[in-house]
Design a protein around this ligand. Structure first.
Ligand code: GLU
Length: 486
């Protein structure tokens, strides 16, 4: 096989969505698996809905996910420019060829005329589509109509009586009856090519060998194949990947949760988890394995194992995966990710010095096992940064137990002599305490927890104490006692 070349061709009409990211990933995996090349180009022919803001969101989301490309927008290459609106001259050149060969003709029907034609077709119980009214106009008809101020669109002359079979690498053979495809527009009256035309010129001129894209484009494929054939260009291989559905089996939408990659990034999902999750949306390793890195999928990805049936978006699974990566990544990395959330909550100043960073690291060690995504750290971090109010009735009850002053005094003495606290040291210290005091574990640990946090539940004491540090812990215990007495 000659070198594989795929493309990801987003329309910049909004941020990068889960579905688009999955298409980009599958293209990337397929190319990388077979040492092929990835092109990213921008399909911005919908002038009203396209924006540079969406374009940069899409590109930064791709980069954040760790997907790179060899040729295309922002990296350049021999087949640029890579924005369709900057390639209009090229499309024009091929339009001339198609006009000259007769595959394409000018159509002057107005919107109103098209609507009337459609109504008549419906009333007669006929298939709705362009009637072919302008198919055989003479040059002078065109001149006359243009003289009336009409601006033509260009339509492709769809051959009748032909059945097109597309060999799809995911779906198998899919056949289309050309009689059901009306003569479609390839250039609008403002001179801007339609998606179906621009995509074919781009795929050909960029040397694309495989088109891997969402199933919703399957109905466009016969139109594109007709154009490839009319131009005498080789038809690329196609692979249409299934729709993504919500848990209720309806098409994935905002109702099912955040839909853009940026939203997940903002909530503190890790790119590794997103990639892992996206890879499982319609593909499987063929084993029970569910946790893998981009590099690992790259080694085993194949289009054969892409499912024909729709993928179901399972937020619980994403949360589980993300929690897994939060727990298994180097703690320093997770602590870095925690910083902006803690700053936003007012727990950290704008500048985080080394001492504070060490505290964040210890807080992260203490709470990361509870997190599904990083923004949740704020819900668990309060006890490390805010001094407790001791106003919880259950907490008050614990603090009024008679052994409490002795327990607090004992820990305070130990903390005074302990120097810098670390997990192992604190564990050993706490383990000995009940025996030394002649008390049961619960009567020691429960009051200490309440004294240090104001709550009866929370992080492990051996995590909490190193994060608070001896002086702060002692101060809290004293305040708790004063509160209990008062
Ligand atoms: N621009 C199209 C989209 O964003 C992709 C078309 C294609 O992959 O052929 O849906």
């Amino acid at each position: 096989m000659s070198e594989i070349k795929v493309r990801f061709a987003p329309s910049p009409t909004g941020p990068l969505h889960i579905g688009g990211a999955r298409s980009a990933l599958f293209n990337w995996l397929f190319a990388r698996r077979y040492n092929g090349k990835v092109v990213v180009r921008i399909e911005d022919t919908d002038l009203e809905r396209s924006s540079r803001e969406s374009e940069s969101n899409i590109l930064s989301s791709l980069r954040w996910l760790g997907l790179d490309w060899d040729e295309g927008i922002s990296v350049g290459g021999p087949n640029g420019p890579y924005r369709q609106t900057e390639r209009l001259e090229l499309y024009k050149q091929y339009t001339e060829e198609l006009l000259a060969s007769g595959w394409v003709y000018r159509c002057y029907c107005s919107e109103e005329e098209l609507a009337t034609q459609r109504e008549a077709q419906m009333a007669a119980g006929e298939m709705v589509g362009y009637t072919g009214k302008c198919r055989d106009l003479f040059e002078e008809d065109c001149k006359r109509l243009e003289g009336e101020g009409r601006r033509p669109v260009l339509r492709f002359r769809v051959p009748q009586g032909k059945v097109l079979t597309i060999r799809d690498q995911v779906r198998g053979d899919v056949s289309f009856d050309c009689n059901g495809i009306g003569d479609f527009i390839i250039v609008k009256s403002d001179g801007i090519p339609t998606y179906n035309f621009a995509v074919v010129v781009d795929d050909y001129t960029m040397g694309i060998t495989h088109v891997v894209r969402a199933e919703e484009h399957l109905s466009n494929t016969p139109l594109q194949v007709l154009l490839f054939e009319a131009m005498g260009w080789p038809v690329p291989e196609f692979a249409h990947i299934s729709l993504i559905l919500g848990q209720d089996r309806s098409k994935m939408s905002k109702r099912h949760g955040a839909t853009s990659i940026q939203q997940y990034r903002d909530m503190g999902y890790l790119p590794e988890a997103m990639i892992n999750f996206l890879a499982l949306l319609g593909w499987s390793t063929g084993t029970e394995d569910e946790v893998f890195t981009l590099d690992q999928v790259k080694e085993s990805f194949s289009l054969e194992r892409v499912a024909k049936s729709p993928a179901v978006f399972d937020l619980e699974k994403l949360n589980w995966l993300n929690g897994y990566y939060i727990r298994h990544s180097p703690v320093e990395k997770i602590a870095e990710l925690a910083v902006p959330y803690l700053q936003q909550a007012g727990y950290l100043p704008e500048i985080v010095d080394d001492r504070l960073m060490e505290k964040v690291r210890l807080v992260t060690v203490a709470v990361r096992e509870y997190l599904e995504y990083m923004a949740q750290i704020v819900d668990y971090a309060g006890v490390f940064f805010d001094d407790p109010a001791y106003d919880d009735p259950e907490a008050k009850e614990v603090l009024s137990q008679e052994q409490v002053p002795v327990v607090f005094g004992a820990l305070r003495d130990k903390l005074t002599n302990a120097g810098t606290l670390d997990e192992a040291g604190v564990k050993a210290m706490l383990k000995k305490l009940p025996k030394e005091l002649g008390l049961g574990g619960k009567n020691v640990y429960q009051p200490l927890r309440v004294g240090l946090t104001g709550k009866t539940k929370g992080p492990e004491l051996y995590h909490l104490l190193p994060a608070l540090g001896g002086p702060k812990a002692t101060e809290r215990l004293e305040r708790a006692l004063a509160q209990a007495r008062g």
